[in-house]
Design a protein around this ligand. Sequence first.
Ligand SMILES: NC(=O)c1ccc[n+]([C@@H]2O[C@H](COP(=O)([O-])OP(=O)(O)OC[C@H]3O[C@@H](n4cnc5c(N)ncnc54)[C@H](OP(=O)(O)O)[C@@H]3O)[C@@H](O)[C@H]2O)c1
Length: 338
Amino acid sequence: MQKVALGKTGVNVSEINLGCMLMGSALDRTTSYEMLDRFVAAGGDFLDTANCYAWWVGRGEFVGAESETLVGQWLKERKNRDRVFLATKVGARLKDVKRIRDGQGQVYWDQVRQEYEYLSAQVIRQAVEDSLRRLQTDHIDLYYAHIDDRVTAQEETLAALQRLVEEGKVRFIACSNFRTWRLERARQISAARGWASYVAIQQQYSYLRPKPGADFGIALNADDELLDYLRCNEEVTLIAYSPLLKGIYENEQKREAYYNWPLFNSCDAEVRLETLAQLAQELGVSRHQLVLAWLLHQRPRVIPIVAASSLDQYEHNLQSLQIHLTDEQLAILNSATA
Ligand SMILES: NC(=O)c1ccc[n+]([C@@H]2O[C@H](COP(=O)([O-])OP(=O)(O)OC[C@H]3O[C@@H](n4cnc5c(N)ncnc54)[C@H](OP(=O)(O)O)[C@@H]3O)[C@@H](O)[C@H]2O)c1
């Protein structure tokens, strides 16, 4: 696995970021450890977690600390903290995880937005200590503001993050699910104050494009505006989450059942799926592998966060690193539109 630049930090990270969201909840300890071991053995070092993963799995048995806890235990047991570039996030943890479910364990999804902790200085101060403790480390390499906070002043959030950088608890800061103008405004504040500035933005990004006006709630897809911004601002790297849209590319039934499918289901998606299927067949690869390869070929660089529910899926997805796409093949994929 190659190493690629993270913005203009001078630091190189693996071209694939391993998604650890379901580790410790949906993914058991043995499988998670094996996946982490294989990733590092393959030359990977970039791990992605958050301080809220993954409270929504199951019927209330998880609180959202499981992923960080598992990664922390793995780092301690393997004694390899210095070989890993560790990213975690603050802001999307729930104030009270018990309040969000009914007696049967069903989540009140319409109330989640009010339950987030968001990004006040007080939340950040406490959250970083909790994350460091769970991760069993003295520093976080990349610390994300997980969701935008339209109530707390951006100055307050950035000042709190700057303090963590000064204290050595955090090396670099980043944001996720931010609109482009909010990213730019934050960068302006950082520049004016001489504070640490966001070096990456983590958005949902895959080969299929959402329908115009698609509303993902608090989550945001990388849109044309952001992609254009990033082409002119290479200090910020796009980290792509949910690159396989939960694994819907091969299976129509799964696609139909995907909760966000109505936001993608369009003539444009139909053409893109058909184009993807044809090229995947020609190349003798799966559509999932081709989507990941397409992401890996984007310039400026996009770093996909690859996740899997089994070791077979993990191995399958990592094979996308072997796919070389020609300019002509990229043009076919890029120009597919309704
Ligand atoms: N910043 C944010 O707000 C945010 C949001 C979401 C995720 N993330 C990060 O991004 C990472 C990836 O997100 P994601 O889990 O949503 O990614 P994804 O790529 O959209 O979905 C992964 C899921 O797709 C299915 N899958 C994976 N490989 C497959 C294959 N080869 N064939 C068939 N199905 C396959 C599996 O689901 P099945 O169990 O159905 O097989 C797997 O759990 C997370 O771990 C997390 O670190 C960040």
